[in-house]
Ligand binder design. Structure first.
Ligand SMILES: [Zn+2]
Length: 234
């Protein structure tokens, strides 16, 4: 299953696919409440950044009782505008962005274009396992695929996501998301209160005084994030 970077699409397919994605986005938003934050995302081949809602659910946490592969510890891109992750993953992204904020000028990309190939990653000096921000860049690659594939995104995604990355044609869906996805940072003022609260808690091994001595209260985090992020387009 190969498709080029800019496959020709019939107009009818685009219209129907886009309409369905808009309808699905509205439905998911009405069911999911407020996103935990919004991000700038796109594929390398796109010139303009898109704003994508990231929703968090405990079903996708690493210690969730929901089944693995579909839920536990898994991020999923539902539509062009919606990515769903675990609360623990969202917290990890925010911690990384607090320390090393991405921007549209310096977006996060998946090192070596692979999240599950330690050797290929080592060849470019990257750690063997991807950071949460890289995984989010991979999901941004999937949002681009929703634009290209329209209605076909869901059946193709369902069929090929579980094959992961690799050298075969059936790995192309996942390879492409890793090669093209770009995460351009968190949208200013979009982080929800619960995530701010989570970030202000000490982690195991950290104590309250360390958190406070670093000025990591929810309010300072909010202002730090808004200072590092600027509203951008294209
Ligand atoms: Zn994927």
């Amino acid at each position: 299953m190969h498709w080029s970077t800019n496959p020709p699409r019939r107009q009818g397919d685009d219209f129907l696919g886009n309409m369905f994605h808009r309808w699905a986005t509205r439905l998911l938003r009405s069911l999911s409440g407020r996103p935990c934050f919004q991000i700038y995302g796109k594929a390398r081949s796109e010139s303009a950044w898109r704003i994508i809602d990231v929703y968090a659910t405990p079903r996708r946490d690493r210690d969730s009782r929901w089944p693995p592969y579909l839920f536990r510890g898994v991020c999923i891109t539902w539509t062009t505008e919606i990515i769903v992750v675990g609360w623990d993953f969202a917290e990890e992204v925010l911690r990384q962005q607090r320390d090393e904020p991405a921007s549209c000028e310096q977006p996060v990309q998946v090192a070596a274009g692979r999240i599950r190939d330690p050797q290929r990653r080592a060849a470019v000096g990257a750690p063997p396992f991807p950071r949460a921000s890289e995984v989010l860049a991979h999901e941004c690659g999937h949002t681009w695929q929703t634009l290209r594939l329209g209605l076909l995104y869901w059946p193709i995604g369902a069929a090929f996501t579980l094959f992961r990355e690799g050298p075969h044609w059936w790995n192309h869906f996942e390879n492409q998301a890793s090669e093209l996805g770009q995460f351009g940072g968190i949208v200013r003022g979009s982080v929800c209160e619960e995530l701010m609260w989570r970030l202000s808690r000490p982690r195991p091994g950290e104590n309250e005084s360390i958190i406070q001595s670093n000025g990591l209260s929810a309010s300072t985090l909010a202002s730090a994030l808004s200072r590092t992020q600027q509203q951008r387009s294209s």
